[in-house]
Design a protein. Sequence first.
Length: 245
Amino acid sequence: MSDDPTQRFYGRWARLYDRLADVGTVARLRGAAVDALAPPRGGTAVDVGTGTGANLAYLRDAVGPGGRLVGLDLTSGMLRAAQRRLSRSRSSERPAEDEDGHGTVDDGVEVDLLRADAARPPLRDGAADAVLASFVSGMLRDPDAAVRRWADVVGPGGRLALLDFARSTGAGRPLNPAFRAFVRGTSPPGTRSSVDVSPAAILDQRVVAAHRALMDVCVDGSVSHETHALGFARVSTGTVAPRDE
């Protein structure tokens, strides 16, 4: 399977994304999202659109020894960066790689990195206890369908968490023009060329659709929605409801 222009774009910038992934506020947001997700100890958590693996350390600490992490990304360059990150993990011993270089054991947690579409995880229904999607919703053509697929992966009682950036409707509104310019500059080829709808507007629409879908598939009263970083960051979590018979 050859990379398309979008995959090549993210693969080319994987090292830069890796450096930015742990910067100040972004790192704190990742930790807050995992805390809100609250995957069970010893359980299985899936990081869809794992990118350079910046969430894996937080998820590893959350599931603890005996747990399992699955990181999914469609871009091979991002997965290579994630593997390097695992190899630099805080464990005193280098994680043990399998022959393909994707499976590791990090501080007693099994970690698998798989090249796959975040919107269509190659996992059976009920295969995981929790799914985290950070800064992914805005990249998906059909975020509503993706969230519903993630709900199937965890099944009733499983946990979902979304962490996304979008234009601020709060204190950060005066900074929205700068945010729009940032989104345009970091968008893959094709996205930036639209004259009818700006990349920031597309991002907003997709993020709203994803977070609404999470509310739809989760138990009433279990959903939590927070904004951070002057209103630019949104974190939504919930427990998946039983399917209608």
